[in-house]
Design a protein around this ligand. Structure first.
Ligand code: RIB
Length: 311
């Protein structure tokens, strides 16, 4: 897809993995060997997924990321190029292998369990980010997750805020967050499990999710968007009352990457100047579409397929 000259500009600083996905009759227990029914290998990594989703909607996306000097790394580069993503600051690590993620998907419920072996993602350093500062400074919005070292994410947000660039943090997988990182975050978008792990507040009800969001908000970000899986999302902005956005009920085939589809869409919509409520409604609808197909990036729609949602 050709991006328009006035397309929203987004920089993703974060992870790339190759997903090794097995469909299984149910998720395995400890010590159990299960026979899977299907195997799929594809491009993944929360950062890469979010970058690809935003690019498919029409954003001009650049990535600051690191892979190994192996076939997975080469293929990841080709995939970004195919998606029209700027790879000026896509780097290769001479010692580490590319990140991989063995994933089991329950073929009945579409739910998954994911293991991440970060490999070269761990080699993305604050110095790499400083070197890539022009990509961040030239964007309207930067998105980060927690699959690269937290000091690297922190450096990305320092560069972004010095340049007046909006920051979105998807704190996944959940990990202790330095106060400075949250202070530099404009929009924090955890899922309900991450919100609970970060705050200690139970998020199994909408009220609980709001309490967790308010606890995160007290640490810095003005805006919190908690994704609630099949239920939808909860939006907390400043002192305004929380808004619950319900997702359409569908029969999920594979939920892998749905959260990334949401965050990539949210980044696109906010950089395009949409209101927060509108951006979250659009992102929920697109993420819902993504659970209807198997795989990670393979399930993300292109702009042409969601014109009714994007408008
Ligand atoms: O959110 C899904 C992603 O998590 C997968 O693509 C996997 O690589 C892990 O990063």
């Amino acid at each position: 897809m050709t991006t328009q000259p006035d397309a929203p500009r987004i920089c993703m600083v974060g992870s790339c993995n190759i997903d090794l996905i097995a469909r299984v009759p149910r998720l395995p227990g400890p010590g159990e060997t299960l026979i899977g029914t299907r195997f799929q290998m594809g491009f993944g990594g929360k950062g890469a997924n979010q970058a690809v989703m935003a690019a498919r909607l029409g954003a001009k996306v650049s990535v600051v990321a690191k892979v190994g000097r192996d076939i997975f790394g080469q293929d990841t580069l080709k995939n970004f190029e195919k998606e029209g993503i700027d790879t000026t600051y896509f780097m290769f690590d001479d010692e580490r292998f590319s990140g991989v993620a063995p994933i089991s998907v329950d073929e009945v419920t579409g739910q998954n369990s994911i293991i991440i072996v970060p490999g070269a993602n761990d080699g993305l350093s604050p110095a790499d980010v400083r070197n890539a500062a022009p990509a961040i400074q030239g964007a309207q919005l930067v998105i980060c997750q927690l699959e690269v070292p937290v000091e690297t994410t922190l450096e990305a947000f320092r560069v972004a805020k010095e340049a007046g660039v909006t920051t979105i943090l998807n704190p996944a997988p959940a990990a202790p967050l330095p106060d400075e990182l949250l202070a530099l975050t404009d929009v924090c978008a955890p899922n309900e499990v991450e919100a609970e792990m970060l705050t200690g507040v139970k998020t199994d009800s909408t009220e609980g999710a709001e309490q967790a969001a308010r606890a995160l908000q007290a640490r810095g970000p003005k805006t919190i968007v908690v994704t609630l899986g099949a239920r939808g999302a909860l939006v907390v902005e400043g002192d305004s009352p929380a808004e619950f956005v319900a997702a359409e009920k569908v029969q999920a085939v594979d939920s892998t990457g749905a959260g990334d589809s949401f965050v990539g869409s949210l980044a696109y919509a906010l950089a395009a100047g949409r209101s927060l409520g509108d951006a979250v409604r659009m992102s929920c609808a697109i993420a819902t579409r993504s659970v209807l197909k198997p795989g990670t990036q393979t399930s993300f729609p292109y702009r042409e397929e969601v014109m009714g949602i994007v408008g």
